[in-house]
Ligand binder design. Structure first.
Ligand SMILES: Nc1nc2c(ncn2[C@@H]2O[C@H](COP(=O)(O)OP(=O)(O)OP(=O)(O)O)[C@@H](O)[C@H]2O)c(=O)[nH]1
Ligand SMILES: [Zn+2]
Length: 215
């Protein structure tokens, strides 16, 4: 998925790179869901599963399912707000326990859990809520957990230009709980590190310790 990040400063305002705060509008470049086509496909699926979509109980189900998938595949747009790091804060900034709600691309079933996202600030610091918004930006898609984890880390490296980035995702996959291997409660942990959090052992250990992951 591509994302577009554009400057939303009002026209005529000086574009000084250090003017606080800086807001960049983040728009996802994902195809819009064709709800009508999805509704027809869900009705066909019900028939294929031996159900009658015209029955009283299922009459509105195709419409609901189509809307549910459209919602689950559409991240909210947001402003990426950054501030100059005037105090020269050079320690880790970490938000733990960010909810992750995504859909496995193999079975179209949910996987959900938490993300811990941290960075070592460079010239700018980020509005804290934006770490959770970036997780949503990539989670609202058909995904595998490894790619989701890496996309969040790569995106922050590109758009925040910190000295280091770390992302840990812990999630339970419904395709492993409800069906197949039927291992409810098992959680998959994935991580991606960039910059100093990858290269410097002390920073890496501190990140995993604060994230609550024992490595
Ligand atoms: N690496 C990775 N695998 C995933 C993820 N979500 C689901 N899977 C796995 O994708 C695999 C698909 O394997 P297949 O053998 O093609 O599908 P399957 O027969 O339904 O597999 P079972 O789930 O073992 O019954 C399964 O092992 C799933 O557990 C993910 O986020 N990352
Ligand atoms: Zn799956």
């Amino acid at each position: 998925m591509s994302t577009e990040v554009s400057d939303v400063r009002p026209a005529g305002r000086a574009a000084r790179p250090d003017s606080p705060p800086r807001r960049l509008q983040v728009v996802h470049g994902r195809g819009v869901v064709d709800v009508a086509a999805a509704r027809r496909a869900v009705a066909d699926l019900l028939v294929a599963l031996g159900k009658d979509p015209a029955s009283e109980h299922l009459a509105d189900t195709p419409q609901r399912v189509a809307h549910a998938y459209a919602e689950m595949l559409t991240p909210r747009e947001f402003d990426l707000t950054t501030f100059p790091n005037d105090e020269g804060y050079d320690e880790l900034v970490l938000v733990r326990g960010i909810p992750v709600q995504s859909l496995c691309e193999h079975h179209l079933l949910p996987f959900h859990g938490v993300a811990h996202v941290g960075y070592l600030p460079g010239e700018r610091i980020l509005g804290l809520s934006k770490l959770a918004r970036v997780v949503e930006l990539f989670a609202r898609d058909f995904q595998v957990q490894e790619r989701l984890t890496r996309q969040v880390a790569d995106w922050l490296r590109e758009h925040l230009v910190p000295r280091g980035v770390g992302v840990v995702v812990e999630a339970e996959h419904m395709c492993m709980s409800l069906r197949g291997v039927r291992a409810p409660g098992s959680r998959t942990v994935t991580s991606t590190l960039h910059g100093l959090l990858r290269e410097d052992a002390r920073s890496r250990q501190e990140f995993f310790a604060l994230a609550g992951v024992n490595r």
